[in-house]
Write a protein that binds this ligand. Structure first.
Ligand SMILES: [Zn+2]
Length: 319
């Protein structure tokens, strides 16, 4: 394996349930070209691999040395496969993501979970700022609760690539609630957007189909809406505070749409987080991600520098 040379251009691909974002990323993280395609999620994994390859071709230029892919689901960077996934993309679990894309493009491919890729970009920026060694806890609170953890500057992947799935920590606030993973009492069941909405509906007896509705009612003073938002925020804050203690975190990031619903949420999260901290960590507070709207593709483009590259004609790749 030849090392990836940092002055070479890399293609970053961010695969979501509805769209594929591609970017050609040059020296120093400059985005040189962009393209977006819809994700043919209903057509299945092979069609999605075809579309990823097409998106890569749209931004390709001579001198591109590798592709980095950030994708939803549990991704194992070592095998380059999708360990498990929801049915957002039909047949996505078990897909040989890296080998399939390497075979289609002729380029070496590195892949990881999308949240971990965004966290890797965050880690990169932080290590430049403080000289390295960051212990980062990164939570993404949206339609689910995902995350990533880096200890002393090294991103953790763990068995089957599962490390960082913070949503499946046991949470006292979520006791008895069924989780998307099949277990009960996990953080995600109460703290993800649908979990907050469901809690509001349970306690108020009033219908609400989305978090924005609950947030709007909270802003008008609805006590059930306020309580559901505060409970979800507190559950995340407590879990993150506990993780900060366990790992010795020096940076804690809360990303994702739920964190944007306002200060009712962030104040409750921050207070619950701070209440958990051991004395040496007491100055620590959660912060929003530093990356802008390009952070997903930039994180993807950074993957080939640190993760195994899966090459065409190896690792079982077929043409
Ligand atoms: Zn779970």
């Amino acid at each position: 394996m030849t090392a990836h040379r940092p002055h070479d251009a890399v293609i970053g691909l961010d695969l979501g349930g509805t769209k594929i974002a591609a970017a050609l990323v040059g020296t120093g993280g400059a985005v040189l070209a962009r393209h977006t395609l819809p994700t043919p999620a209903a057509e299945g994994a092979e069609s999605v691999l075809d579309s990823l390859a097409e998106a890569a071709r749209k931004v390709w230029t001579p001198g591109v040395t590798a592709i980095g892919v950030a994708a939803a689901g549990v991704i194992d960077p070592r095998t380059g496969t999708v360990t498990s996934a929801t049915d957002t993309i039909r047949g996505w679990a078990g897909t040989a993501l890296a080998a399939g894309l390497a075979a289609r493009t002729g380029l070496p491919v590195a892949c990881d979970n999308d949240v971990r890729a965004a966290a890797a970009a965050e880690l990169d920026g932080q290590q430049v700022a403080d000289g390295g060694g960051t212990t980062l806890v990164y939570a993404a609170v949206g339609t689910g609760v995902g995350g990533a953890v880096a200890v002393d500057g090294r991103m953790l992947h763990g068995a089957a690539g599962v490390a960082g799935h913070l949503g499946h920590l046991p949470s006292p606030e979520a006791e008895q609630l069924p989780c998307t993973c099949g277990a009960t009492g996990h953080l995600e069941a109460l703290a993800a957007g649908p979990g907050i909405t469901a809690h509001y509906v349970r306690t108020s007896g009033v219908a609400a189909d989305r978090l924005e509705t609950v947030a709007a009612r909270a802003a008008q003073g609805d006590p059930h809406a306020r309580a559901a938002i505060v409970l979800g925020a507190r559950a995340v804050g407590r879990a993150l505070g506990g993780l900060a203690n366990a790992l010795g975190a020096d940076r804690v990031v809360v990303a994702g749409g739920v964190a944007h619903i306002g200060t009712l949420y962030t104040d409750a999260l921050d207070a619950a987080f701070a209440a958990e901290l051991l004395p040496p960590l007491r100055a620590l507070r959660p912060v929003p991600p530093r990356g802008g709207h390009d952070s997903a593709v930039l994180g993807a483009a950074a993957l080939p520098r640190t993760l195994p590259l899966h090459r065409p004609h190896t690792n079982g790749a077929r043409r």
